[in-house]
Design a protein around this ligand. Sequence first.
Ligand code: ADP
Length: 405
Amino acid sequence: MEEKQFIKKQFIKNMIYTFAVFTILVLAFDVLIYTRAKRYRYDEIDTELQNFASINWNHKIIVLNPRIIYIIRDEKGNILNKESIGRLYQYISDIELDRNKLNTIYSIKVNSEYNYRGITTKTYLASNEPYYIQLLANVDGENESLKSLKNRLFGMSAIIITTSIIASYILSKKTLKPIFVAWETQTEFVQNVAHELRTPLTIIQAKQQLLLKEPESKIIDKSEDIILTINETRRLTKLVKELMILATADSNQLKIKKELKNIDEVIKDIVTPYVEYAEMQNKELLLNLGCDKSINIDVNKITQLMIILLDNAIKYTKEGEKIKVNTFFKDGKGVIEVIDEGIGINDEQKKHIFERFYRTDKARTRETGGTGLGLAIAQTIVRLHGGTIRVYNNEPKGTKFVIKI
Ligand code: ADP
């Protein structure tokens, strides 16, 4: 329950982060576009104003661009060219002269309604008295189009930001899914371990208590109970050993020491003792070697892998049935096959066969001492070698494991 809440919190956090990143990006994009557009819109008129301001005004006024109003002022700031300004005079008569802002472009609002860009320059006309020439250009058109750009950007951003809420929801769900699955797997794994440990421990405890109740009895009379506790202890040892292997593999600490080894020689050494072991159980183990090649492998790990497969093959076959181990080289890979004529694995079971603690028949595998971890370890070993392990049906019956390294 607690973990669900933790994941939920993480989910909301993730969503907020993603949403914030989206929003910041969209807003930054808006600001960038707007400032660029603004600069671009004013650029043309600003350059023209600057050009006119840098003209040598000596003694005469040159006819200007009709869009630009020029105001000539004396040193006190009085406007001297009312006539040439014409009817626009009424609007601009209130503008004051700022002597500190010379030769630089400025923005100015006239009649609190009309927007102008301007520049003021100091010059000397006919006499040697200083005059100020103020050039103004109306930029209401530019401002209008900027305003409409602003509105459009605002509308677009609103849509993108709203969509980003949905996007952040989907993205957060996607990001958290593997974490959620890993969490569930972990919880399930711990539950399985606890369960697997509990059964043998309960049996051992019960049997030992029973023995204590009859301290006078002889070991021979109680040998069955004692054997049972020994078997369960063995089971526990095996389980703990296998868990250790998986835990080290999970934490990437399972090191493999690869060396160039002849596959057939390695497989022969591993399988030969099993031929006799199978014979003792009236089963036939056939070895067919055809991969006389050297491949980089960790011999100890490959031995472990083959023991798991051979143990299973022997475990799940009946007397008189055959087990085969084949090796060959195909498509640049060493192939090892472990085939049996035993009970087989159906298609549904095949999907889960490499999962930890998966057993097709729990009761039966308990009898045979299985933990359901063997094939999970086998798969880890093959993966560490960069190879693959697959399970197929054997014809007419049984199972076929194919390893390619
Ligand atoms: P276990 O220790 O129980 O054998 P494994 O991981 O080695 O665990 O195998 C998982 C399950 O796969 C077994 O419980 C068994 O049901 C099935 N299985 C494995 N190998 C074979 C086989 N050769 N034939 C039939 N079933 C098999």
